[in-house]
Design a protein around this ligand. Structure first.
Ligand SMILES: *Cc1c(COP(=O)(O)O)cnc(C)c1O
Length: 429
């Protein structure tokens, strides 16, 4: 399978090259040259498969030629070695809990797959690779943990100073070894721009084998479609599925759209956002207007220029009416987020994090019919957002012990201004 740049269909590379390059040099995004179709009746056969087995069925067509089937299988068994339960919350609404991986966020899935693919390629070519990643919180820790001690790979994480939670900061600044954290005096968009500029810089590209671990990397993006299959297979039969995705850079949502294009029966998607409502506005007006990001309680979704927008267009061959008919968008305030967490906890006992809560709320507002079943993606463990949850609940959420240990570790980060030139100098020395 080849992957082309969304800016130029002639610019087409193998899966291996797409993973190593991360971002095409023309600043587009890699996209599969065709979308594989699953055999009819696959839903029935998937019901008896494990999560890594389903993942193998879904992903094999994208990587054939670059990763042998048996290696893909072991990569997937290692990547997906935690549960992804579908938990009923109330009548017609379930949470797909994507937070049972090592950093308690859904990004573990993509980051672990990417790390293992890159590790496989780097080792095979005996080539050193530098991974650059901008994070608004969760990506950096998922990528750092995913890559820790992978041979021939150096990871550089850029995070906005003071804008990630204390636990998130510890998760990305305490790993050491091949993982370096840069504390940028700016916001997430600054971090993301610095990474993007690095990929466009000829000198950097020739001096270092740079790659990206943001959701723009196909190996981060593609495996996220797997759990939509898993969810659909375990959802109530004979109901139309509506899936609500709390979104920021839209890697997660567009991976779901890809699953649907492969043949997965999902009736409708909801792009659930916080005050950073660029995509919901696009879905209403047809106009895509990036804006500076606004800080909210669901900080992993504070994105003013969603980087996967070209993939949203590409899945639907750039036909706005088609996008609009299958994806709707809504946005919610911090007050609504807090109120929903409290209300759902009090009425059902189910505790949501500030990101999942937005997904839940969008689903409730959608107004599900009796023939419909709603799933929202619970993208992180509520215990990761202590300061927010403390404003809502009168008890503390307990975290798995391994995270408590991390909180007591010493932070190691290199402070840098939000200037590309400084970042470039640092990379070159
Ligand atoms: C990254 C993240 C999101 C947003 O996902 P995108 O794929 O960027 O849209 C939502 N929730 C949490 C907890 C996240 O870490």
């Amino acid at each position: 399978m080849n992957f082309y740049s969304t800016n130029n269909k002639e610019y087409s590379v193998s899966f291996r090259e797409a993973v190593i390059e991360g971002l095409p040099a023309d600043n587009g995004l890699f996209f599969p040259e065709y979308i594989p179709q699953l055999k009819s009746g696959f839903m029935n056969s998937f019901r008896s498969l494990s999560l890594p087995e389903i993942a193998h069925e879904v992903l094999a067509p994208y990587v054939t030629g670059d990763i042998p089937s048996n290696i893909l299988q072991s990569i997937l068994e290692e990547t997906l070695n935690f549960e992804i339960p579908l938990v009923p919350v109330k009548k017609n609404i379930s949470a797909l809990e994507l937070f049972h991986g090592p950093t308690l966020a859904f990004k573990d899935v993509g980051a672990r797959f990417l790390a293992r693919c890159l590790g496989h390629f780097a080792l095979a070519a005996d080539q050193k690779v530098t991974v650059l990643v901008a994070t608004s919180g969760d990506t950096g820790s998922a990528v750092g943990h995913g890559f820790l001690n992978v041979p021939n790979v150096e990871v550089v994480i850029l995070y906005p100073s003071g804008k990630v939670s204390p636990l998130q900061e510890k998760q990305l600044t305490t790993l050491g070894n091949n993982i370096t954290a840069l504390e940028i005096n700016g916001n997430f968009d600054d971090c993301q721009n610095m990474v993007k500029q690095a990929f466009l810089d000829k000198t950097l590209r020739s001096e270092l084998q740079l790659t990206s671990a943001n959701s723009i990397n196909v190996a981060r993006w593609l495996p996220q479609s797997v759990y939509y299959f898993w969810a659909a297979v375990h959802a109530p039969k004979d109901k139309k599925l509506v899936i609500s995705v709390p979104s920021g850079n839209y890697g997660n949502l567009t991976a779901g759209l890809l699953a649907k294009k492969m043949g997965l029966p999902i009736d409708h998607f909801i792009a659930a956002s916080n005050a950073n409502k660029i995509i919901p506005e696009y879905l209403h007006t047809g106009r895509f207007n990036p804006a500076p990001s606004i800080a909210t309680l669901s900080n992993a979704m504070d994105v003013g220029n969603p980087s996967n927008f070209p993939r949203l267009l590409e899945v639907y061959d750039r036909v706005f009416e088609n996008i609009k008919s299958q994806v709707s968008g809504t946005s919610y305030s911090d007050e609504q987020t807090k109120g929903t967490i409290r209300k759902v906890y009090e009425s059902t006992g189910y505790l949501m994090d500030p990101h999942g809560a937005i997904g839940y709320l969008a689903l409730e507002d959608f107004g599900l019919g009796d023939d419909e079943s709603g799933i929202f993606l619970e993208t992180a463990h509520p215990g990761k957002f202590d300061e927010v949850m403390n404003q809502i609940l009168d008890f503390r959420i307990s975290l798995p012990e391994r995270l408590n240990e991390r909180l007591s570790m010493q932070k190691h980060a290199i402070p840098l201004p939000a200037e590309f030139a400084k970042f470039r100098d640092w990379l070159l020395q």
